[in-house]
Every structure is written in structure tokens, then in C-alpha cells.
Design a protein around this ligand. Structure first.
Ligand code: PAF
Length: 257
């Protein structure tokens, strides 16, 4: 069993005792097989692995989305210990934001497209917390899923722009056998929502359809489309299923053939 560290002081003390290569997997908890793949890759490639569990309020654009984000700490910890994680870092909001978020990272190009058009401020919140975590953990390698492809691009860009001494490793999206990309938000889908989510994943990967046709097919089937676009050699999409407080936003992307 590894160690649970909550305060920044304790993290610094623990980190100073760790030698060799350090792998880092930042998460917001509600861990699934996609996170487990990142952790397994880290434990295979690095001497020690640190996983953070922190539901970062600054990257949520609505309080109801933040409140409804699934929280499964006990199960998450079991998954970490089963996978030989050395440290679970579980900070609280006031510790990570002593400045009350008056200092933040702002990127002015990639942040404004795709998810950025409907989620103002989301990427600043995400980049800010990732920068803080990288500064505190000081890992050799940090692992991120390709499912959040725009996020991965932004983190790679930040690391290059700010000369951060860490290797960013992007890992392929893990899917259910039926093709649905794993996501912590899937837990909030109703049975009908799951069918629609699966339909989204399959339609996005149908390369006989153009992006315009995909949008049309999805909208005809009661999915609300934020965007379907091709860039970076990928086809990326975001949709919303359900309505009101039960609305779930899903993103996915596939490599273009
Ligand atoms: O991908 C996530 O779970 C989050 O955006 C991250 C990278 C842990 C930052 O809060």
C-alpha cells in the first residue's frame, strides 16, 4: 500500500525522499480503466508513481457540473494501491489556491477553439492546476489521455513555452468493447443516454461521412452538437445528451485514416 499525502508541506517532504524517475498521473478521481492504463504505463516506465486526485473547481464552467462530478475516493484508492502507486496526493482547494485564483495561466490560441468556444475559462483553470501540480510534484514524466486531445495539446504547448523540465506522454483512449470512450462522466448517463453516447462514438468514427453529415445525423438523433471538426490529423467532437440538470457533455476524437 502506498501513502496518502494531503498537505503541500507533506508532499514536499515525501517528494524529497523519492529517488530515481518519477511518473505523475494527475486526475480528478472517479478513476476508470482509462486512468488505470496511464498508471500502469507510469509504473512500468518510472521508478515511482505519484497520482493526484483533485476535482479542480477552476476548470468547471458551471457549479452544478462541479457538484455533480462523480466522487469515489475509497474505490479510487483501492485502484491506486492495486497498481503499486507510491503516493496519492489529495490536496484541498485552499491549499492549491492560496491566491484565490488571482494568478492563472492563459493561452490565447488553442484555448479559444473547439471546447474553448462553449467552455469559457475552462482551459485557463485546467492549465493553471496542471502547472501548480507539475511544480509541486516535479515528475520526470507526466501521463495524459488522448481522449482530451485539446487538453493534451495545450499541456504540451505550456511545457514547451514555459521550459518545464518534464516529458509529457500522451496515451491512447481506452474504449469499451462497443467503442464508447471511457470517461468519468459516463457514470452520469441514463440507459438512453448511454445508447446516444455510443451512437456518437460510432458516428464520429465513420469515415464515409463528412463532418457536416455527422453533425446532421447526430442532431437528427437528439444529440446537441457543440462541434465536429478535423484538425491535428484527428476528427474531434463534443455533444450533449439529456437535458437540464441531467445534461451530460461528452467529447471524443479519432485519428483520421
Ligand atoms: O483530465 C483531467 O482529469 C483534468 O483536466 C486534469 C488534467 C487532472 C486537471 O485537473
Amino acid at each position: 500500500m502506498g501513502m496518502i499525502v494531503k498537505s503541500i508541506t507533506d508532499l514536499r517532504t515525501t517528494r524529497s525522499t523519492l529517488t530515481g524517475s518519477i511518473g505523475f498521473v494527475p486526475t480528478m478521481g472517479a478513476l476508470h480503466a482509462g486512468h488505470e492504463e496511464l498508471i500502469k504505463r507510469s509504473t512500468k516506465e518510472c521508478n515511482r508513481t505519484i497520482v493526484s486526485i483533485f476535482v479542480n473547481p477552476t476548470q468547471f464552467d458551471s457549479t452544478s457540473d462541479l457538484e455533480k462530478y462523480p466522487r469515489t475516493l475509497e474505490r479510487d484508492l483501492e485502484l491506486l494501491w492495486k497498481n503499486n502507486v507510491t503516493v496519492a496526493f489529495i490536496p484541498d482547494v485552499t491549499d492549491l489556491y492560496p491566491d484565490s485564483y488571482t494568478y492563472r495561466v492563459s493561452e490565447e490560441k488553442i484555448s479559444d477553439i473547439l471546447c474553448g468556444t462553449t467552455r469559457p475559462g475552462h482551459f485557463s483553470g485546467m492549465l493553471t492546476v496542471v502547472l501548480k501540480l507539475l511544480m509541486l510534484v516535479n515528475p520526470t514524466r507526466a501521463y495524459f489521455g488522448e481522449k482530451d486531445y485539446q487538453q493534451l495539446k495545450l499541456i504540451e504547448g505550456m511545457v514547451e513555452a514555459l521550459f518545464l523540465p518534464v516529458h509529457i506522454i500522451g496515451c491512447p483512449t481506452v474504449r469499451e468493447e462497443n467503442g464508447l470512450a471511457l470517461s468519468s462522466r459516463n457514470a452520469r448517463l441514463s440507459p438512453q443516454g448511454r445508447e446516444l453516447a455510443l451512437f456518437f462514438a460510432r458516428t464520429l468514427a465513420n469515415f464515409t461521412l463528412s463532418v457536416e453529415e455527422i453533425r446532421e445525423v447526430l442532431e437528427k438523433n437528439s444529440l446537441r452538437v457543440d462541434y465536429i471538426e478535423e484538425r491535428w490529423g484527428r476528427r474531434l467532437g463534443a455533444v450533449r445528451v439529456g437535458s437540464g440538470v441531467d445534461e451530460v457533455r461528452l467529447i471524443d476524437n479519432v485519428k483520421l485514416p
